[in-house]
Design a protein around this ligand. Structure first.
Ligand SMILES: *Cc1c(COP(=O)(O)O)cnc(C)c1O
Length: 404
């Protein structure tokens, strides 16, 4: 797509998907700013010839049947595609997990081998063990710190490599270009879960990744009120991705797409504040004696910091801390004492969350070793000084509850 003045992500976020024929009544008749909510099941055709023509095309922009979408879905898909320079298209799914399944099923067939990063989101592992295994696809898990050495764990039938960078809970940064190069040399496809950075802070298609997945549920939506997943593909992987999603009847409502588009328009502002607040708080936590380690890729102390600096254009606000000793009861005392942090799954909303985490439950290729129990923090848009004060009283509650 020729995008002459739209060369920066912030500008694309503002303009993407707002085609005049999706927001207006036609030339000379005016238009509105946002693509409206087009709710539809039945599409009405002008005549039988039009109906028959409908079968011959299959692309966003042609009304066919509700399941194929309307301008509301197309606008969102196009906006996400524009955020990934070089991408051919985006399919939308009712959740991030559905998007992961859709991406995997578009590249794998029975008899294939899948390499899955050991720090993957737990439900991603569950899809491999709970479905792919019975379907005849074998998954093996690899150390997230493997770069070009990934070649050493590839098998003749390795068909796909799944990456998630930084990893869930423990935030290992992967050498995406090195893994992509090894995969290409082997003829394997790469799929990246890019939820942490969002396409604002990491683009994968231009680094050679075949399929980039994002849980829109998190930062894209940004308001903890909508669930959605997206997979963006390069030209080679796009037809199979679209085909598989359509076979499965994947569909998201126009109302949810409208919420997602609304979130997208402010993504760059929210992310800038999420980033700054999280970094301030992460730095403060790193100086606290009750905290053994802070797992945040933008901190120089993080083992993946150099890779993060090389490949990312920013950091989001999700990171973990490892407490300096203490047990799970003391950790619970801390989390329960927090006033501004909700306790719950998901993240990327405007409100802060704290979640006790036990990464050892979800690792098989690597060993999780830590000085104490861990907590994952999602830093929201509250004032960072208020959040820091809350965490300070939380650490005091942790100290009081420790029995060692
Ligand atoms: C939350 C999450 C998902 C799944 O998104 P849902 O919309 O909750 O299904 C996928 N990957 C990562 C890294 C996530 O944190």
């Amino acid at each position: 797509m020729a995008d002459t003045p739209k060369t920066r992500q912030e500008t694309r976020l503002t303009h993407a998907g707002r085609r005049a024929d999706w927001t207006g009544l036609g030339p000379g008749k005016g238009g509105i700013v946002n693509p409206p909510v087009w709710r539809a099941s039945t599409i009405l055709y002008d005549d039988v010839a039009h109906l028959e023509r409908g079968w011959t095309t299959n692309r966003d922009g042609d009304l066919f049947y509700g399941r194929r979408g309307t301008p509301t879905q197309w606008a969102l898909a196009e906006a996400i595609t524009e955020m990934e320079p070089g991408a051919a298209g985006t399919m939308l799914y009712p959740s991030g997990v559905a998007a992961i399944a859709g991406a995997l099923l578009s590249v794998l067939k029975p008899g294939d081998h899948l390499l899955m990063v050991d720090s993957a989101y737990d439900p991603t592992r569950n899809f491999c063990e709970g479905f792919l295994k019975d379907w005849g696809v074998e998954t093996s898990y690899y150390d997230p710190t493997l770069g070009a050495d990934i070649a050493s764990v590839m098998r003749p039938n390795t068909r796909a490599i799944f990456l998630e960078s930084p990893g869930s809970l423990t935030f290992e940064v992967q050498d995406v270009p090195a893994i992509v190069a090894a995969a290409k040399a082997h003829g394997a496809k790469t799929i990246l879960d890019n939820t942490w950075a969002s396409p604002l802070y990491f683009t994968g298609i231009d680094k050679g990744v075949d399929l980039v997945m994002t849980a829109g549920t998190k930062y894209l939506g940004g308001h903890s009120d909508v669930m959605m997943g997206a997979v963006t593909a390069n030209a080679k992987s796009w037809p199979a991705l679209r085909h598989m999603a359509q076979l499965h009847g994947q569909f998201v409502s126009a109302d949810d797409c409208y919420l997602m588009l609304r979130g997208l328009r402010t993504l760059s502002l929210r992310m800038a504040q999420h980033q700054a607040s999280a970094l301030q708080i992460a730095n403060w936590l790193e100086s606290q004696p009750d905290v053994a380690r802070v797992l945040h890729p933008a901190l120089p102390s993080h083992p993946g910091h150099a890779l993060w600096q090389r490949d990312f254009t920013g950091a989001s606000s999700l990171f973990s801390i490892i407490l300096n000793g203490g047990d799970k009861a003391a950790r619970a005392a801390m989390v329960d004492s927090l006033k501004l942090f909700g306790i719950g799954y998901s993240w990327g909303g405007y409100e802060s969350l704290a979640l006790p985490i036990d990464p050892e439950k979800y690792r098989s290729a690597t060993q999780w070793q830590a000085e104490g129990p861990a907590i994952r923090l999602s830093i929201g848009l509250e004032h960072p000084d208020d959040l820091t004060a809350d965490l300070a009283q939380g650490l005091a509650a942790f100290r009081a509850a420790r029995d060692d």
